[in-house]
Design a protein around this ligand. Structure first.
Ligand SMILES: NC(=O)c1ccc[n+]([C@@H]2O[C@H](COP(=O)([O-])OP(=O)(O)OC[C@H]3O[C@@H](n4cnc5c(N)ncnc54)[C@H](OP(=O)(O)O)[C@@H]3O)[C@@H](O)[C@H]2O)c1
Length: 248
């Protein structure tokens, strides 16, 4: 039987994620792998969306692999149709590189490809197909310095776009597709080799908070983010709603 949010109901005593098909972008990265393991342990099927070459044989917690690349999001449509949840997790960090090429790439990978995938999911949801939830991994760089100007501007852009969609969608659109924003502090990975937290802890916290129904999921050792992020979301929401003009 489906739950109120339209997702299949797991058998009694099973985890909320049991039996769901979860697509994860950036799946070969540290957090992608950690989330894939956590979901698999919870009984979900993980579909790995990778921009690299998928392995020839099933590998680790990933049941199926799909290859994709930024700019070709439309080609993912058939694969998205079979998902219950899509986690948009891919990302790059240009560090101090502020050349036009580096900024272009950061905007394309971190913000614009995620934005396009989100739009595809919104269109699918209107037709009652595709994921019922999209989780968007931004970063506390949305509101805090991250010692990487290109990273900050790209994460702020996607963060604000997600806030706007969260604010201005109609009740109907909201019931068709749930958006959850993941705001994470520093954890160790290729993208951030000196992160304080480890990816497995972060993944565990994400699933825990999402399981409680949180739309804004914050995992960080920085207490300021717990205070500033909800305030920033509230401010953006009021601002967007206040100025929102619906077409007649
Ligand atoms: N580490 C941190 O401190 C931190 C803090 C806050 C937020 N985050 C966010 O968490 C997410 C995961 O980061 P991570 O730390 O786990 O980094 P990571 O280990 O470097 O993983 C990032 C993954 O993104 C995918 N990717 C890289 N370049 C891409 C491209 N050009 N096109 C499409 N996909 C590409 C790759 O996965 P595939 O090869 O499978 O495509 C890569 O493994 C990112 O969005 C990052 O911004 C990280």
């Amino acid at each position: 039987m489906p739950q109120a949010d339209g997702m299949p109901q797991p058998p009694k005593g099973m985890s909320k994620w049991n039996g769901l098909r979860i697509g994860i972008t950036g799946v070969r990265g540290s957090l992608g792998q950690a989330m894939a393991r956590r979901f698999q342990e919870a009984g979900a099927e993980v579909i790995g969306l990778t921009h690299g070459t998928p392995p020839c044989h099933p590998e680790g917690p990933i049941k199926d692999w799909v290859n994709w690349s930024c700019g070709q999001e439309q080609q993912l449509k058939p694969s998205l149709c079979n998902l219950n949840i899509l986690v948009l997790n891919h990302g790059i960090n240009p560090q101090g590189d502020q050349s036009i090429d580096a900024l272009d790439k950061a905007l394309e990978v971190n913000a614009l490809s995620t934005w396009r995938l989100l739009q595809i999911c919104e269109q699918l949801a209107k037709n009652g197909i595709g994921p019922r939830e999209v989780w968007i991994n931004t970063s506390e760089a949305e509101i805090q310095p991250a010692v990487s100007p290109g990273y900050e501007v790209s994460k702020r852009l996607i963060g604000q776009l997600v806030s706007i969609r969260g604010a201005v969608r109609s009740e109907r659109e909201r019931s068709q597709l749930t958006l959850r924003k993941l705001v994470l502090g520093p954890f160790r990975s290729t993208l951030n080799p000196i992160g304080i937290m480890n990816a497995d802890f972060v993944a565990g916290q994400i699933l825990f908070q999402a399981g409680l129904g949180a739309r804004l999921i914050v995992v960080t050792p920085n207490p300021l983010t717990f205070l500033l992020m909800p305030l920033s979301e509230l401010g953006r929401r009021l601002y967007s709603r206040g100025l929102n003009r619906r077409d007649p």
